[in-house]
Design a protein around this ligand. Structure first.
Ligand SMILES: [Zn+2]
Ligand SMILES: [Zn+2]
Length: 134
């Protein structure tokens, strides 16, 4: 499947992908919890593989010393996480995709801060932040 597409809730920000990602991750860190309201489900694309329209509506917040998070300034939808290094790729929110069919949960990270009230099903790696980032 080539050319997945997606965008925010109101449609001000849209993107198309030249790559065809089919896996996503789940992050349970406390920053992702505050940004997303729960679990941050996201997939990675290289910077050269995404074309964005409506970029003027994008607002960006520096969430750590190494990354920023972007959202739509009109509807508030979370869009992506991106490292600050030159040419860094995008970690796009799974929920921004128009069609999530074929997307498979590859792994969970930062499981030590996951609330006990829920758990994701399936047989996949569940890593602590130390295991994920060393
Ligand atoms: Zn929007
Ligand atoms: Zn996180």
């Amino acid at each position: 499947m080539a050319g997945r597409s997606g965008g925010c809730l109101c449609g001000a920000v849209r993107y198309t992908l030249r790559s065809a990602p089919n896996v996503f991750g789940a992050c349970h860190c406390t920053v992702c919890q505050r940004i997303s309201g729960g679990i941050n489900l996201a997939f990675n694309v290289d910077a050269e593989d995404i074309a964005i329209t409506g970029a003027e509506a994008v607002r960006t917040y520096r969430s750590s010393d190494w990354a920023e998070r972007s959202f739509c300034g009109t509807c508030g939808a979370n869009l992506w996480y991106r490292g600050l290094s030159e040419g860094a790729g995008f970690s796009l929110g799974l929920g921004t995709l128009d069609d999530k069919s074929g997307m498979v949960l590859e792994r969970e990270i930062c499981v030590e801060t996951k609330p006990g009230a829920y758990a994701l099903a399936g047989d996949h790696p569940r890593l602590t932040s130390t295991e994920a980032f060393g």
